[in-house]
Design a protein around this ligand. Structure first.
Ligand code: ZN
Length: 320
């Protein structure tokens, strides 16, 4: 039997031990190489784009020779106004990519020996950077569509007579949301969060290229797709797959998201569901890459992503 990819030596190209042994200077150099890869690790002014800058080595900042702007390797990125050392941020990325079902903020805070609040925001910043690579893409070819419900957990009452039928609308909290996914066979995965599966149809129509073949289950809301695409349906009460159709790729995304919900985070709040869905879509798309590549990709995405409006100064606006 062939060995599973993740068990092969090729899948292990990143060692957390090596990351933790980086000196301050080496970790800083890694940041420069990742952020300014196009300029061989040499600084590019984020304000004017000039490649000429003075370096203040003691303070790890640069001043642009053309416009005078002062900047650091993390200015205007998701790590802007970082307090954590460069090496710890790299370690956080290494720990994060190694968790196939995601990493909880509590575990990250223990592994990095930092506050829970710090780990919570850091993990969400990484998810946001991953999400920016996942969203905004048009899909084509063979595209599977499916939906599943997440979030809005309600603890059941102790006595059976007190329990509510959560399927009824009057007992729903509105926090339970539909995650609908579009997944190209052999390609990319784009999730979206809606109140119901039917609400996702306009976005599917807008984001799947004309001429594609779409695959969906028997749910009646997908009937609308036949007007636009060649649509093939599979009735899941009869089979998961027939000679014409299956949505197994989409199911595999949901299985990863469900395992993250149950196994790692325990509850996912509807408010952040889009972040977890994007993270799991990213992980599905890159699941056959060695972990060293994933580490490079997430670091690159984080340093190419602008300051987070949602997560910058989060704890000044919220409290637990
Ligand atoms: Zn400049």
């Amino acid at each position: 039997m062939p060995q599973h990819f993740l068990l092969s030596a090729k899948a292990r190209t990143l060692s957390l031990a090596k990351v933790m042994r980086l000196s301050d200077a080496e970790a800083y150099e890694t940041f420069k190489q990742v952020r300014w890869a196009a300029n061989d690790g040499k600084p590019i002014c984020p304000r004017c784009g000039s490649c000429e800058a003075y370096e203040y080595r003691a303070r790890l900042i640069f001043r642009c020779k053309d416009c005078g702007a002062q900047f650091s390797v993390t200015t205007d990125t998701i790590f802007a106004s970082r307090k954590m050392a460069h090496r710890d941020l790299l370690a956080a990325i290494a720990i994060f990519v190694n968790g196939a079902k995601g990493i909880s903020a509590l575990q990250l805070s223990r592994d990095l020996d930092c506050q829970y609040k710090t780990a919570f925001v850091l993990a969400h910043k990484l998810r946001e950077a991953m999400g920016s690579q996942v969203q905004g893409r048009k899909l084509g070819g063979h595209v599977e569509i499916d939906g599943a419900y997440f979030g809005g957990y309600v603890k059941p009452e102790n006595w059976k007579k007190d329990r509510k039928d959560l399927r009824l609308r009057q007992h729903q909290t509105g926090k339970r949301k539909a995650v609908v996914v579009m997944r190209e066979r052999g390609g990319r995965t784009v999730p979206m969060i809606r109140a119901s599966e039917a609400d996702a149809v306009p976005e599917i129509v807008a984001n799947v290229l004309i001429g594609s073949t779409v695959y969906a289950d028997e749910a009646s809301c997908w009937d609308a797709l036949h007007a636009r695409f060649e649509a093939r349906r599979i009735n899941h009460s009869v089979a998961f797959k027939n000679e014409d159709a299956c949505t197994n790729q989409a199911e595999s995304f949901f299985s990863r998201l469900r395992r993250a919900e149950i196994g790692t985070h325990h509850h996912i709040s509807g408010r952040y569901l889009h972040q977890y869905a994007n993270e799991m879509a990213w992980r599905e798309d890159h699941r056959r890459k060695p972990n060293g590549d994933l580490y490079q990709l997430v670091a690159g995405a984080a340093l190419a992503h602008s300051v987070s409006r949602e997560w910058k100064g989060y704890w000044q606006r919220h409290d637990i």
